[in-house]
Design a protein around this ligand. Structure first.
Ligand code: HEC
Ligand code: HEC
Ligand code: HEC
Length: 413
């Protein structure tokens, strides 16, 4: 918000000069003033949307009763369908950076966050499922039917006489998978504690809607094989967005008396770190040892090809095995007039076990002497900030450093 007038004047903003407007984040009048012009094209990415000089606020409903709002705020509400388009979200939710060393002659583009590009590559655009469908759920009545809502009221509380309740009405939840930041804020803001905690709970519920966990077991040649399949139910990669997110599989085999016989993906409750250590793990088709952990994540490399945790120095991906959305095909990007580089998986080939829409991991564990009564427990765990991405100057309380158990399946042999 602070940057916009400067941008019109052709000036740049320094982070050190940030004022309250800059700190406020994304307000109503940012999203609702964005023009349709250029949306969905390269030119609009990294928040390069355009705002006109007309003081128009766009919304999805027909014939808004404009006079009171125009009179009191100077903004005119106007119907415009681009507000319902994923490309509106895609302007800000496609973050492409250039590391130091990138030059106009040899530009280096690093695709830091790309839910919109991942969505374009998926089958969702053709089925009409937009960002808004999942992140701005329609208001419903107690029976789960679409409900109507008045958009504006006069100061004493009655609706303006000529207006009608509108439908469908998109609830402005904008929930992703980040439950820990709203929870941290709740602890520091007693006055808004309840609201912030509601947001944190919604994020956990959103994560539970993000995937399906399937587990099957078979015994063959002295080995127990466990197939773990994770199906991505989101409209983009899982996890998506900010690069510090990760999802991993914990698999535990216990004996009839509960003794642990094998574990992959165990973690330390005090730090949220993996017991196998926080060293980089490749993508696995087959896991045979406790030291091997299937982690769905991206790692960035700097210009020298070394792993970096600095967003600004990131130049390429060293690993990106985040689970692909349904129908994923990177070739849909050039077909939509966009550059392909940057969203293909890295460190894993698309094939029979890593398919558009799901990923399957096979575990091969020596059969215990007595299998009857043994128990297999599999969990999908989501962590908002992986420990290696957390500066020591940013301490987290123990419970916030822990992963969220998104799904759990148990089988008795
Ligand atoms: C991140 C972008 C974004 C922000 C921020 C935002 N809106 Fe919206 N708004 C939308 C989109 C997209 C729709 C259309 C959603 C739909 O109908 O499914 C919408 C719809 C609306 C509507 C029409 C009712 C409906 O949902 O159909 C009103 C009124 C509205 N917004 C008011 C506000 C107000 C007031 C704020 C600030 C408190 C705000 N918006 C902040 C994106 C945004
Ligand atoms: C089919 C439902 C669905 C659709 C369609 C969808 N999302 Fe999501 N989105 C989710 C779920 C579930 C999560 C939580 C899991 C995760 O973080 O991947 C999520 C997470 C996110 C996050 C949070 C990432 C973070 O930083 O933690 C962002 C941002 C996001 N989505 C943006 C978008 C945008 C932009 C679009 C449209 C281009 C979109 N989503 C389409 C379901 C959906
Ligand atoms: C003007 C830029 C802008 C637009 C347009 C925009 N967003 Fe965002 N969005 C942001 C920013 C900034 C954040 C906060 C990111 C953070 O905290 O790291 C955010 C956060 C989110 C999150 C929460 C991510 C999390 O950490 O859990 C979701 C979900 C989301 N946006 C969805 C949408 C959808 C859907 C639309 C389109 C209707 C949209 N956004 C349009 C800038 C925007």
């Amino acid at each position: 918000m602070q940057q916009y007038p400067l941008r019109i004047a052709g000036k740049k903003m320094r982070l050190a000069d940030m004022n309250d407007l800059g700190k406020d984040g994304v307000s109503c009048t940012v999203c609702h003033q964005i023009l349709a012009k250029g949306l969905g094209t390269e030119a609009s990415f990294t928040a390069n949307f355009q705002i006109g000089a007309g003081n128009l606020l766009f919304g999805p409903h027909k014939d808004p009763f404009a006079m009171p709002m125009l009179h009191h705020t100077g903004f005119e509400p106007r119907e415009a369908k681009h507000i319902l388009d994923s490309a509106l979200c895609g302007s800000c939710h496609t973050v492409i950076t250039q590391p130091p060393g990138s030059t106009p002659e040899k530009p280096i583009r690093f695709v830091e966050q790309a839910p919109f590009l991942e969505w374009i590559a998926s089958s969702y655009p053709r089925t009409g499922k937009t960002c808004q469908s999942c992140h701005m759920p329609q208001l419903q009545d107690a029976d789960g039917r679409p409900a109507a809502q008045y958009i504006a009221h006069m100061p004493p509380g009655r609706p303006f006489p000529p207006t009608r309740a509108r439908m469908p009405f998109g609830v402005h939840e904008f929930i992703g998978g980040n439950a820990i930041i709203p929870e941290m804020m709740a602890r520091d803001n007693p006055q808004q504690e309840d609201l912030l905690r509601t947001t944190a709970k919604r994020a956990t519920a959103q994560l539970e809607r993000a995937l399906k966990l399937g587990v099957s077991t078979r015994q063959e040649n002295e080995f127990l094989f466990v197939d773990v399949e994770i199906t991505n139910l989101t409209g983009h990669k899982l996890p998506t967005g900010f690069p510090s997110r990760r999802l991993w599989i914990r698999l535990e085999l216990t004996g009839p008396q509960g003794a642990r016989l094998f574990e992959s993906g165990g973690w330390d409750p005090a730090s949220g770190e993996l017991r196998a250590g926080e060293t980089p793990q490749p993508h696995y088709r087959l896991i045979e040892k406790s030291s091997q952990v299937q982690i769905f994540e991206s790692h960035a490399l700097d210009m020298q090809g070394k792993i970096t945790h600095s967003l600004l120095n990131s130049a390429s991906h060293g690993k990106d095995n985040r689970i692909l959305p349904l129908g994923f095909d990177a070739q849909r990007l050039p077909a939509a007039g966009l550059v392909t580089a940057g969203i293909e998986p890295v460190g894993v080939e698309i094939g029979d076990t890593f398919r558009p829409g799901s990923s399957r991991t096979v575990y091969r564990i020596p059969l215990p002497a007595l299998t009857k009564g043994c128990r297999i427990q599999v969990e999908a765990l989501y962590q908002t900030i992986k420990p290696t991405d957390r500066p020591s100057s940013f301490p987290l309380q123990q419970d916030l450093a822990r992963p969220v158990v998104v799904a759990r399946v148990e089988r008795v042999l």
